[in-house]
Write a protein that binds this ligand. Structure first.
Ligand SMILES: NC(=O)c1ccc[n+]([C@@H]2O[C@H](COP(=O)([O-])OP(=O)(O)OC[C@H]3O[C@@H](n4cnc5c(N)ncnc54)[C@H](O)[C@@H]3O)[C@@H](O)[C@H]2O)c1
Length: 323
């Protein structure tokens, strides 16, 4: 697809994944509007859009006039979400207000203001719950382990319903743990790797909880590539896809890689999983993403060693903006 001059809306555009996507779209010549409500505890950071020719609209999908925002959009990348698992457990009403109720608001606005728009929705592998088998394909039963998983599944399903009933071209990408530049690293709210990177950059030991769990991390450039390919491939419309990443590695192995990337100087300690988190933990996970690979030719290009090394380098020179 030639993105030049295409009118594109990215919800959650100042967040981690949304801002990386905005940079890529702007570099391809698209006319990009990033909508973000800068929600407390999320990955929004004004510095994320530094250097990108993108119009930033600060607003909340729960109450903003979405019709005028969506007017004329050809492609909508829908990444705005309440992403905290513990946050969703503590306040499920606030969680569902963003991840499900506001999604229905957005669907109605898009129906009226951008009837032709292609929508790529950011979904999650979280709602499969504790895997019954590995790798997890799209046929795996859904059993959300927490309130956030319920609301994200509901949001995705409203979008898929819009495809089935109204014929809207919608693709939903069920993402695994993503990492890379523009990740929220100031605390542990966005992927364990965020706080690990911060600790390493500050010369402090980081904590590994448990350690044997397997994860298939996706480097952010590969996530961006997946979003662009999903929008570009009509054969994807009306489908949900798992997006995996690097070959599965345990948290202990990932910690070892981070230590090596930091020149062997970093240290970590292993801790028991905190009891409140253990109750909603999904254990080991890695995705079968062969359906998306077959549909689009996508494959993750960045290995974990390279991705972690690049992330460390990127944050080193911008550390203050991310604390
Ligand atoms: N990062 C991951 O590892 C991962 C994994 C699975 C799924 N996802 C999904 O990808 C999407 C992006 O995640 P991310 O990691 O970039 O998170 P993020 O927190 O960095 O980005 C989400 C953005 O949405 C914004 N937002 C939230 N509620 C909003 C509202 N009501 N109105 C307007 N803006 C609002 C936040 O301010 C934030 O900038 C989310 O839908 C998330 O569920 C991410």
């Amino acid at each position: 697809m030639d993105w030049t001059n295409r009118k594109v809306l990215v919800t959650g555009g100042a967040g981690f994944l949304g801002s990386n996507l905005c940079h890529a779209l702007a570099a391809r010549g698209a006319r990009v509007t990033a909508l973000d409500g800068f929600l407390f505890g999320g990955g929004a950071n004004a510095a994320n859009l530094d250097g990108a020719a993108v119009e930033l609209v600060r607003g909340d999908i729960r109450d903003l006039d979405l019709r005028s925002l969506c007017e004329g959009s050809e492609v909508i990348f829908n990444l705005a979400a309440q992403t905290s698992h513990m946050g969703g457990q503590r306040d499920p009403l606030a969680d569902i207000a963003v991840n499900a109720v506001a999604q229905v608001r957005l669907i109605q606005a898009v129906r009226e203001a951008a009837p032709e728009a292609v929508v790529v929705h950011a979904s999650t592998r979280q709602f499969y719950g504790r895997p019954h088998r590995l790798p997890v394909d799209e046929e795996h039963p859904v059993a959300p382990p927490d309130a956030n998983g319920v609301s994200k599944f509901a949001g995705e399903q409203y979008w898929m319903l819009e495809h089935r009933v109204e014929g809207r071209p919608v693709v939903s990408l069920r993402l695994t743990n993503c990492y890379g530049p523009r990740l929220r690293i100031r605390d542990a709210r966005q992927t364990f790797l965020g706080i690990w990177l911060r600790c390493v950059l500050e010369g402090r030991p980081f904590e590994v909880w448990g350690g044997d769990q397997l994860r298939d991390l996706t480097y952010v450039d590969d996530v961006t590539d997946a979003f662009l390919r999903a929008a570009e491939a009509p054969s994807c419309y009306g489908r949900v896809f798992n997006i995996g990443g690097a070959p599965p590695a345990s948290l202990h192995e990932l910690a070892g890689i981070l230590v090596r990337c930091a020149g062997g100087k970093a240290r970590y300690v292993t801790r028991e999983f905190p009891a409140d988190r253990a109750r909603i933990d999904i254990g080991s996970f890695y995705a079968d993403d062969s359906a998306f690979r077959a549909a689009t030719g996508w494959a993750p290009r960045t290995g974990v060693e390279e991705g972690i090394a690049r992330s460390l380098d990127w944050f080193r020179s911008r550390f203050a903006a991310y604390l």
